[in-house]
Design a protein around this ligand. Sequence first.
Ligand code: AMP
Length: 225
Amino acid sequence: MPRIPVRLVTWEEIVEWSRGLAKRIEEQGYQPDVVIAIARGGFVPARLICDFLGVENLLSIQSQHWTEAAMKGERAVIKFKYTIDLRGMKALLVDDIVDTGDSMILAKEFIEQNWKPDVLKTAALQWISSVAKIKPDFYYIEVKEWVWFQYPWTRLEDTVQFIKRMLTEEARSGKTAWKIEEIKEKFKEWYGIMVEDQYFLKALEILISKGMLRVKDDTYYVVLK
Ligand code: AMP
């Protein structure tokens, strides 16, 4: 059993899920004039939804909650509180996943109060029904058991954080010197997935540049701070 349940999501699945979500929106007769992506996770799904629903207007709002992969920040915040006028328009707010729901709740409230569209509906590729405080108007997949979905647009970021977290904890129990194959093995054990070499090697490079790792004669040494 992995320490943290992670499910790797492919680009192909993202396209398939976005197409499926767009179909549900269409079947329920909603045709938005404008799509609003919740940054950053909602960008790719929102762009695909625009394509599948034939929507030209795409905006974004940054509602940030999770600062690190599978690590929740204290509370969600709207990062850039600009105001635009959406009166007379039907809007669709899109995110990749509704987990706690805090990001979507906050973005929705902010838009309703400040941008004032005539109608605002919410959509997400995935909805974790067991924990979410909000059910989006449209979703494609209902997730019942919590998992961290490793989406393709955070592959490097997540890999960096996953390796960092794992090596820090392993170092506390005494192991500070690693061969690359050992790091990969441990990664699979911890997270139950593997990423392509180009991501794994780049992630190690980033950790070296941040001073968390040092490398000598093909051995990686963890620098505990
Ligand atoms: P939340 O406010 O908890 O609903 O989550 C806000 C954002 O964090 C989501 O839009 C995702 O980008 C990211 N996120 C939260 N939970 C997960 C998860 N289980 N898997 C992947 N990304 C997640």
